[in-house]
Ligand binder design. Sequence first.
Ligand code: SAM
Length: 283
Amino acid sequence: MTETTTAKQSCEAPLVPDKPYYEAHEIALYQADCLELLPQIPSDTFDMIFADPPYLLSNDGFTCHAGKMVSVNKGDWDRSQGVETDHEFVMEWLSACRRVMKKDATIWVSGTQHIIYSVGFAMQKLGFKLLNDIVWYKVNPPPNLSCRYFTHASEIVLWAAKSQKSKHVFNYEDMKATANEPFDLAGKQMKSIWAIRAPGKDEKTFGKHPTQKPLRLLNRIIRASTNPDALILDPFVGSGTTAISALLNHRRCVGIDAEQDFLQLAAMRLAEAGTNRTLNLEQ
Ligand SMILES: C[S@@+](CC[C@H](N)C(=O)[O-])C[C@H]1O[C@@H](n2cnc3c(N)ncnc32)[C@H](O)[C@@H]1O
């Protein structure tokens, strides 16, 4: 067994030389640009990756929030640099992620029309095996203020294995036993369309992240594609949703984010989840 393929690598062991911003219960969060930190992690480390990258949709337009017209801008990290440069960025972080995946690992990437086609193309170019394109139906989307388009009510979550040869984990029976309302009753094969509401106030008690994912989405992803103790990576961890779901579901997790304010929010959420392990386990 080599140094890089130990059967159970604790994320409390120094996977990277940097000191984590937060570390407890086998969850470690790092403040860094993932393009700089990922190359420092040994190859073949993670069992699963969830990536919710910048959608690059901050174009000075407007959207609706709580009945009010607000800017769509999320932050400088979410500005498009043009189609070619954006695709180069996607290729760069996806290939850095692929290197640190174990041979049977899978990756999930969420996105809207702004980046998901670039991600799908990059996955094919880099040798991933596409497994599913999950349609996340956002049950309670904000209305479209321009009235010139359909209301945007979905995101795609691409699920792919490291290579054509990967023997990926899929907890089929667990998913079959789970009700996927309103599409599937418990006991029926689960379809690739999931209705999940945007996170409510109960998931934002410590503050807001502009693109926070619902805990239910991560619970389903983690339970579907990993076993207890699995080591998960989120290279764009934001407010820590992936890490919290990992903690609640008894998995280990390494999260990376460039912004300290978001990590501070993630740390507060994690501290609460650490003391209340029965917090939102719905999926
Ligand atoms: C779409 S958000 C992720 C939100 C997260 N899934 C959640 O539930 O809170 C993307 C995150 O990526 C971070 N980010 C952007 N570019 C980055 C980079 N190069 N390296 C690390 N983090 C980055 C941003 O600060 C932002 O928090």
